[in-house]
Each structure stands twice: as C-alpha cells, then as structure tokens.
Design a protein around this ligand. Sequence first.
Ligand SMILES: N[C@@H](CCOP(=O)(O)O)C(=O)O
Length: 417
Amino acid sequence: MKFVCVECSKVFAEFRYTCTCNGMLDIFQDFSGLDAEELKRLFQSRLSDRLSPYASGVWRYKELIFPDVEDSAIVTKYEGNTGLYRSDAVASYAGTRSVWLKAQSENPSGSFKDNGMTVAVTHGRSLGYDRFTCTSTGNTSSSLAMYASLAGRKSYVFVPNKNISLNKVLQTLAYGANIFSIEGTYDHGIKFLEENSEKLGLYICNSINPFRIEGQKSIVYELAQVMSWKLPDWIFVPGGALSNVSALGKGLSDLYALGLIDKLPRVALVQAEGASPFYKMVAEGKTALEAEPNPYTRASALNIGDPPSWRKAQRTLHETNGVAVSVTDEEILNAKAVIDASGIGCEPASAATVAGLRKLVSQQIVDKDETVACILTGNMLKDTDALREYHLEDNKPFSNKIIPSSLTYDDIFAVIK
Ligand SMILES: N[C@@H](CCOP(=O)(O)O)C(=O)O
C-alpha cells in the first residue's frame, strides 16, 4: 500500500493524512494477481456469511480495501448491505423510465459515512490510537461516535453551532462522543484538526483520511455486485465535502481496472445552490476551486464551502465524462417529499440526487430511457425538523397533513371511503 498525492504525485510509504504540499492523498494498492472471476466468486460466497467481518457490505471486499488488516482487528457493525429500490413515483417525478435508489441511509448509524468509518476506525485502532476525532455537520460525527464506542475508544467531535440537525448532534452525544460546538462551519473545524490533531494525539476520521475513501468505495462495489456487475448508464451523488463522489470515482476505476465491469457509468454530482463551489468551478470553466466563505443550504449535510476532496471529485468527473449540477433548496425538499412518500425516505441532502436528475432530464442531458442509480446518503429521521417544516408548517406542493382529532367517526368514514 502506498500513499500518492493527487496534486504533486509524491509517493509516501507510511500513512499520513495529506502531502507536504497539502494535497490530498490517494491509497494505491497493487491489484496484480487478482482475477476478476475469482473475486466475483469470493464476494458471492461471502453473501451467506452472517457472523464474521465478511458479513459486512464493506469487508466483503476486504482484498480491494484494506487487505493487510487482521480479521480480528476489524471494527464492524455489518455496515453496507443496503437496499436497492425502484420506485415508479420517483421515476415519474424525475421524468425517466426507471430509477434505482441505493439506500445508504439503511446503514447502522443511518448514513453512508459508516462505509468509510468502519475502515478508518479499524485503521486508527490498528496504529494504537485511543482517541478519534472529526469535524462534522452530524453524519460523520454520529458514525464516528458509534464506531469509537464499539471499539472501546473515545471520540472528540467538532460541530458547527448553527445550521445543522439537532437529531444528528443528539445521536452523536448518545453514542458517547465528547462534543465541541464551534463558531463557523465544517471548513473551520477541518482547519483546526489539520493544525492540531497531532499535538492532541487524535486520529482524524474525516475524509481527508484516505482510509475513509477506501471504505466508501464499497458503495459502488456493492451496487455493481447486486446488479450482476453491470452498472447503470448514470450514477447520481450529492456533493458537500465531496468524499462520496471521490470514493465513487476510485471504486469505479478499481472495478474497471480489475475487469469486474466493462463499461464506466457517467457520474452526476449534485450540489445545493447555496453551497456549490465545485459546481461553480465546473460551470465557469475554471480549473481550481474558489472556496465559498458563507455556505448555506437547508440540506445541512451539504453546508460546506471549501471541500477538501475537490481535486479527487474533479478526477471522477474527468474519468467518467461526468457532469456537475446545482439545485435549489426548494427543488431538494420537493424531491425529498416524493422519495419519502415512495416508502424509501431520505434526509434532505440525499434528495439532491433526484432533484438533479429531474433537472438534467429536463435539459435533455440525461435521456429518459437511460438507466440511473441515485445514492441516498442519509436516513429521513436524521432531520425531523425538515419533516415538520415541510408537512406541518409550510404549505408545500407534496406535503401531507394530519387529519384533526376533532373529526367525528362519520367524518372519518367519509374520508376513508
Ligand atoms: N456532511 C458531512 C461533512 C463531513 O464530511 P467528511 O467527508 O469529512 O466526513 C458530515 O456528515 O459531517
């Protein structure tokens, strides 16, 4: 395993978070000697495992993620193994013939972060760390708090003091983390950790840590396996810190290089208009990201103005002939209401995918006959204020209302009939 800088290509033999030039690092693994058909058989055989780490939808692919770690050192909650659903209602809303929804929201802590966190915490513990840290809008922190406690270790997390979901903060608290509420955003927290974590003896579990990205690659491995190694024409992901799109790109490139798939899907990265520095860079034809000092979107998981992984995200779009698109909060919340009412459900950030798909179909960038998968990143109960605001306070196009208790039984009969 080597660590290669995505900015200057410098190679490191030992683990570190970033390069001496401050660039993000990629883990490079030598896959020579691995045979695609043997891997398919191995991954298939592990589907019946219920108790060993290979029952996890991440560690099932251990050979491609963290081959050297001892099985007994793995910290797992059998993450991954999430559902893939089709909904006519969502497809019709998006304007496509069909759409697959990959519900990473079904992970143990309720978000896609678990796919990466199991690997980061396993790696940190194998190095002997007792204290783990992250900065977070709430999903990364609840995931870290869960795995750190599971591993019998401590977690210290930094969360912005506004514009994040209380549900996520409470989940983090209840899992046992030490929480610091900070003035500023995720961007300020990352800067603090980059400068201070070593002095404090903290192992960073944000996605600047390349082991997080290795774990998150499993999302597309699992999608490919369940689809018999034939991916759809498009994969849509939301983008805030950009770890999701970075991991998707790396996973796709592994699958293609290994011969596990013979065609790369196109990747569509969807940002929320109020926090869309990456979209702006692409739309304006620029080659370097300009940070947004005051990002704001109601999809609080995407409230990030200076995403560390932008260079990796740029590579993903380049390698997959991908596109970037931005959508308004109103578009996100309407798409979310449709996904929720389909019985699948998600948090606001996840719904950016379907909102983005609808936009690209209307712009004829995606054809209605093309096949599409949208990655839903977080559970609908991650942000219950968003549900209350949409359904009970504001009169939104897809809102559902509670029938008042003042109805007589005759009224109730009339409603149901
Ligand atoms: N929305 C994220 C932001 C943190 O990103 P990460 O890629 O560094 O984990 C969160 O849940 O905190």
